[in-house]
Design a protein around this ligand. Structure first.
Ligand SMILES: Nc1ncnc2c1ncn2[C@@H]1O[C@H](COP(=O)(O)OP(=O)(O)O)[C@@H](O)[C@H]1O
Ligand SMILES: O=P(O)(O)OC[C@H]1O[C@](O)(COP(=O)(O)O)[C@@H](O)[C@@H]1O
Length: 317
């Protein structure tokens, strides 16, 4: 899978960022009193996580998005402190807090995500102008995450079509209507997780064969790379030429938050290096698994991923 341009600047878009508050409890008691053992606060939101991982991997990246209030300033200063260029438009209100509850007894993560701020039309217009005015500088545009109130579900489709005019590849990671409408814009790649794919297809996909068939319908719609992530069961990677299923190595998941975003970052990183699908699949699944083993929403390093690369199991489909 060749990346056409020599320029390797990646733009990420996060219209609904979040401050991720991760609390770890010994055993989650629903309806009871839970005492927090550990607490972490991290910048979050899908495109923001992608940007942080790409930056750790040594890829030049600029994070675009909307932010509000002091939580927004916290996110921006964290990113800039890590050396990531930011292009944020400030909107009224406050950036959401997304609560992540890690239950150490079952090693599962429960997510409680707020809807986020409301966006006025003129602010969204300002943001779109900012993004489009710089778009030609990018080699890859990553569009990730839920949309705040006031933003049309067709927005990703619009950005994908604009990127295509400049010959810029796009990667979409969204859910619900934003995913459905975004797909109509024919992004280069998509990464739904199994739940998102089932919702999109309107059916339960309970075998690898059914998941692969659903993935192939997306390829037929004009998407070149379809990745379906399956949590602890790994991921399926499909192009028009070939397909792979990659199974992770066992880890103790200290927070699975950010695992999908890490996978997206690794896919884009590998695409920019012109890697074949099998290597994209291996690297991205390893990266997601490394992220799942980290507490909170932490960005992993390339060295951590390369060290574990041989531990995933790759099967040709
Ligand atoms: N519990 C887990 N154990 C091992 N790897 C995991 C686990 N959860 C996620 N991963 C890794 O992270 C990738 C993305 O996770 P997934 O939960 O499917 O994405 P998303 O966060 O988008 O829902 C998986 O394909 C897998 O490689
Ligand atoms: O925009 P959404 O869909 O509400 O998701 C936002 C949440 O997802 C995350 O980006 C993590 O996503 P993944 O676990 O899919 O990588 C969090 O940082 C954030 O709280």
């Amino acid at each position: 899978m060749e990346a056409k341009k020599m320029n390797k600047l990646v733009f990420t878009v996060t219209l609904n960022p979040a401050v991720d508050k991760t609390v770890t409890v010994e055993k989650l008691i629903v309806g009871g009193v839970n005492r927090v053992q550990e607490l972490r606060i991290d910048p979050g939101g899908k495109g923001i996580n992608v940007a942080r991982v790409l930056n750790n991997f040594g890829t030049e990246v600029a994070a675009f998005g909307l932010i509000a209030g002091h939580q927004g300033r916290f996110i921006q200063s964290k990113l800039e402190g890590e050396g990531i260029k930011t292009y944020f438009i400030n909107v009224p209100g406050e950036t959401r807090t997304n609560l992540k509850i890690v239950d150490m007894a079952s090693t599962t993560t429960t997510e409680i995500n707020e809807p986020g701020f409301w966006v006025e039309e003129k602010k969204l217009y300002e943001f779109t102008e900012l993004l489009l005015s710089r778009l030609k500088e990018a080699s890859f545009l990553v569009l990730s995450g839920s949309l705040p109130a006031g933003v049309s579900p067709a927005i990703y489709k619009d950005y994908i079509e604009n990127a295509r005019k400049f010959g810029i590849k796009t990667f979409l990671d969204a859910n619900g209507d934003a995913l459905r409408e975004g797909i109509a814009g024919k992004p280069f790649g998509v990464k739904p997780n199994l739940l998102e794919l089932q919702e999109l297809m309107g059916q339960t996909l309970d075998t690898t064969e059914k998941i692969v068939d659903a993935g192939k319908t997306l390829l037929k719609e004009g998407i070149a790379l379809v990745v379906i992530s399956l949590g602890k069961d790994g991921a399926i990677f499909l192009s028009n030429q070939e397909g792979f299923k990659v199974t992770p190595f066992p880890v103790t998941p200290l927070s699975t938050v950010g695992a999908g975003d890490t996978m997206v970052a690794a896919i884009v990183f590998a695409l920019l290096q012109g890697k074949p699908l099998i290597e994209i699949a291996r690297l991205a699944t390893t990266a997601g698994t490394v992220a799942a083993a980290k507490s909170g929403t932490q960005a992993c390093t390339l060295a951590e991923v390369l060290e574990k690369l041989s531990l995933v199991h790759v099967e040709r489909l």
